[in-house]
Design a protein around this ligand. Sequence first.
Ligand SMILES: *[C@@H]1O[C@H](CO)[C@@H](O)[C@H](O)[C@H]1NC(C)=O
Length: 278
Amino acid sequence: MRPPGRRDVPTARPALLLLLLSLLGAPRGVGAGVGAPAELRVRVRLPDGQVTEESLQADSDADSISLDLRKPDGTLITFVADFKKDVKIFRALILGELEKGQSQFQALCFVTRLHHNEIIPSEAMAKLRQRNPRAVRQAEEVRSPDQLHMDIAVNFSQGALLSPHLHNVCAEALDTIYTRQEDVLYWLERGVDSSVFEPVPKTSEQVELPHCGQAGDRGKPCACRYSLSLAWYPCMLKYCHSRDRPTPYKCGIRSCQKSYSFDFYVPQRQLCLWDEDP
Ligand SMILES: *[C@@H]1O[C@H](CO)[C@@H](O)[C@H](O)[C@H]1NC(C)=O
């Protein structure tokens, strides 16, 4: 029998397989990749049990993080956290069913205020590495879902005034970039120009719109809902204690999963196709 050695010690809990490298004392500007975004590819289990690949990119110079996730139905979900502007952007590229006469894809962009405790800082994200890239990761914490009423449109041509990421991320969405009144008030206070925002629907009629799923006429406006889930993202830093160090130090991350559902105005029910199937 082999004597127990170091190799027999089970390798910690799965969370510890993700390490924050050299958070302490590593001088900036040393090594490769400075200035270039760092990418981490992780395999994640979706809420429905299927496994997909997620890509997380951090750019510590731009102070931003982006996350890409392809759902099994082909939908591409992109999430961008812009810490400089307190903006987060969600984009969904939804594949159409060509045999039903739908266009190739439909793009939606939702922009809301980023709070800094929602996700780990970009410089920590840039230092994240994994020991086992084949491991299928499941979030340690399921955060309570957000339901957001998107009542303001963002003018794409003015979008750079809100966040420099908007032009890249929302280019396919153009007329379907939405945000919320309460977030707009916050950004206006921070000096963002009001020309970025327009109320929707543009007509001031305050009628309760029917939900698209219940609306009869395909050509009539209705209230559409789109839901998405960030299956796995680093939401908090973990701290460890060591006898060799006087204070706790950053040694890993806590992972979270969170769902968002967005309610927004569409001028025609046919722009809300996923609400059709019961
Ligand atoms: C967006 O803003 C530009 C510049 O202010 C303006 O010319 C344009 O009409 C706006 N677009 C819409 C759809 O309101």
